[in-house]
Write a protein that binds this ligand. Structure first.
Ligand code: SF4
Ligand code: SF4
Length: 674
């Protein structure tokens, strides 16, 4: 029988050198722990978390599955990171297993396991090497605009590359100094050993020490480098709130405010411990900044910088508003594009809205947004119009009113939520009328609240007036709960989001549909006709609060008679091949950013109500992108988007020749004679 394949630990090393190695590693681990402990003490100043983390699910999804990295928008960033991550992880696990084998009386590092181990680690070492070279070249030559690079980044990449290369060299030196018949199981090391014949034990020991010293430096340096995310991002994923969604903000509790005497966040330590930890997990990849619509038009908001500035404020005791300018905090549209792309789960919108809550409580909000808040307080309408205005148009259109039906003992199936814009803004009013007439045409049983409807409080909540939002939520829930209906349908993605996702803590748990969802069902069941148009003549602008925040980009397209992506890939093989099928239906022009990756029009987060420098309008940038598709009609599904794009189209070349209509109006026209 031949020799059982294995290898000796600490080959050629005298006992005193082994002891020296342990001392070195112990010192570097101590340095690592000391630095991490410093950060943990800072995090512990924060509010205790109020959720129960799904530790295993978080690790599996976001760390092992690299869920957020895979959805990255950058073409080279994601595969590069995956090579580095899985390569590094495999080598880390391999080294840990080797250490376990060293101290166990029962040795498993031998035979078939050993051969597989050697092969897998060799292959994954190559993956790591390729990923690191790719990362270096990307920084040196491709230079993605949003990716900042300093000397420490190149030093980190250099250190990782040196570790990888010396690891291979060490393997090759071992094979050269003490060859074994089974060395071919590590093909790269074996090939390299052929290039360095006759390695003596002394030379091997020299290479061993270079590699060991690099390992020690690496362990001690990790917490100081951007590479620290390999530790903190794991903690962040493990501790994340499984219920946290882009669609809802955490309600403030009055008893907490009474206890602390504070509304919102003034100092970083008033964020939750998890939020503070997440600041340390930032890998400074710049993805959030790259997708930020406010940053793109030159506003002083840079989400990556917001994270870094709050992090440094935590260390040096400044307030959030000292570290991040108020102008930057007000510039956010809460579009959540940053949250969507952040690979380490940072929730920028929470950080910003909590800081806004404090500013609003301190009376540090002025201008048109403050006027909007006063209007909501006095009239319960963001537009500042009295409740009677909400019903004015309904009489002429013979729209059923809920209280009238209830008085007659009649029931209805859908509650049509009109929204402040639909009630008073002339353009949004066209959408509301179109939806009402389409529902009547399709024979849908529905009613509106009329004068009983109030602002949902979306804008108030997102500019930071949480208690005004809560007051509106309680009033609306009281009204809604006094009627019996199956579903709410609304023509505004902001109302849709708030009613669907933010009223449950106030006793309002409803099934809510966006008008395009109901209209698409009516089209597909043949109760309404889809409009018809030439290929590419229409482009649809996905609203952030529908396409991204509520993951609904299919229904608006279906309502327009456009075959959806899910039709085109309805078989597993088709999905895998991303196979285009020849489906019947209209063809939309699609802008660069669409679906979940839509580009914000600039209205969310209360920005609709804030003064805007004409040269810094996200709506103009979006309008430009829509016009560039060559479509002659821009279809919308949100009254806020419509208002922003209307102005935007006036500012871009060719925009004046572009028609702007809601999907409901397009359907209304198509069904005129039906
Ligand atoms: S939510 Fe949107 S506007 Fe606000 S920081 Fe993130 S990307 Fe920028
Ligand atoms: S906050 Fe997230 S997306 Fe932004 S730079 Fe940091 S890790 Fe990247």
């Amino acid at each position: 029988m031949g020799e059982v394949p294995t290898r000796e630990e600490f080959l050629f090393l005298p006992a005193w050198q082994v002891a020296l190695f342990y001392a070195l590693i112990a010192a570097s681990v101590a340095l690592f722990v000391w630095q991490v402990r410093g950060r943990v003490r800072l995090w512990m100043r924060g509010r205790p978390i109020s959720w129960r983390p799904d530790y295993v699910g978080g690790i599996v999804r976001y760390v092992l599955g690299q869920k957020k990295v895979k959805t990255s928008r950058t073409r080279s960033g994601a595969p590069m990171h995956l090579l580095i991550f899985y390569g590094f992880l495999t080598l880390f696990i391999g080294t840990t297993l080797l250490a376990v084998n060293t101290y166990l009386p029962w040795k498993f590092h031998k035979g078939a396991y050993f051969l597989t181990y050697e092969f897998v680690l060799d292959v994954m070492g190559v993956a790591l090497f390729i990923g690191l070279v790719w990362a270096g070249l990307r920084r040196l030559f491709a230079k993605p605009k949003s990716l900042t690079s300093d000397l420490s980044d190149y030093a980190t990449l250099g250190l990782l590359l040196l570790l990888t290369v010396t690891g291979f060299l060490l393997e090759a030196a071992r094979m050269s100094a003490a060859p074994q018949p089974f060395d071919t199981s590590a093909p790269v090391g074996h090939w390299l050993s052929g290039l360095i014949p006759g390695v003596t034990p002394q030379i091997y020991i020299g290479i061993w020490w270079v590699h060991a010293a690099l390992v020690a430096v690496f362990i001690a340096a990790v917490p100081r480098l951007r590479l620290r995310h390999i530790v903190y991002a794991v903690l962040c994923a493990a501790g994340t709130d499984p219920e946290a969604k882009m669609s809802s903000l955490t309600p403030l509790k009055l008893e907490d405010v009474e206890k602390t005497g504070k509304i919102g966040v003034e100092k970083p330590e008033e964020y939750s411990r998890w939020h503070l930890m997440s600041l340390d997990a930032c890998m400074e990849c710049g993805r959030c900044t790259e997708v930020c619509p406010a940053h793109a038009v030159g506003k002083p908001l840079d989400p990556q910088k917001v994270v870094q500035d709050i992090r440094s404020a935590l260390s040096d005791g400044r307030t959030v508003a000292d570290a991040v300018s108020e102008e930057a905090l007000w510039a956010c549209t809460t579009c959540n594009a940053c949250v969507e792309v952040c690979p380490v789960l940072i929730r920028h919108v929470d950080l910003i809205v909590d800081a806004r809550r404090h500013l609003v409580a301190e009376g540090r909000m002025s201008g048109t947004a403050a006027t909007m808040l006063r209007q909501v307080q006095s009239t319960e309408s963001a537009w500042g119009t009295p409740a009677a205005e909400r019903e004015k148009w309904m009489g002429a259109e013979e729209v059923p009113i809920a209280r009238d039906l209830a008085a007659r003992g009649e029931s209805f199936e859908y509650l049509l939520w009109v929204g402040c814009a639909g009630a008073v803004d002339p353009a949004a009013g066209k959408t509301a009328r179109s939806v009402a007439s389409l529902l009547k045409k399709a024979g849908v049983s529905f009613a509106c609240l009329g004068i009983e409807e109030r602002c949902t409080g979306d804008s108030a909540r997102r500019v930071g007036d949480e208690f005004l939002f809560q007051q509106l939520a309680e009033q609306n829930v009281g009204t809604l709960n006094s009627y019996k209906f199956k579903k709410i349908v609304t023509a505004c993605p902001h109302c849709f989001n708030t009613l669907k996702n933010e009223y449950a803590p106030f006793g309002g748990d409803y099934e809510v549909m966006h008008h395009t969802q109901l209209l698409s069902e009516l089209v597909e069941s043949g109760r309404l006709k889809a409009p018809s148009f030439e290929d590419g003549a229409v482009v649809f602008h996905d609203p952030c609060y529908l396409g991204r925040i509520n993951n609904e980009s299919d229904a608006p397209r279906r309502a327009l008679g456009v075959p959806s992506d899910s039709d085109a890939s309805d078989t597993p093989v088709g999905k895998w091949l991303n196979e285009p099928l020849e489906l019947e239906g209209n063809r939309l022009a699609e802008p660069v950013n669409h679906g979940r990756k839509t580009l914000c029009c600039g209205a969310g987060g209360g920005r609709m109500w804030m003064d805007e420098d004409i040269s810094q309008r996200p709506g103009s940038r979006r309008a430009q992108e829509l016009v560039e598709t060559g479509a002659k009609t821009v279809a919308v599904a949100c009254p806020f988007c419509r208002i922003m794009l209307e102005t935007g189209l006036q500012q871009v070349e060719g925009g004046d020749k572009t028609e702007l209509v809601d999907i409901a109006e397009m359907l209304s026209e198509a069904n005129e004679d039906a």
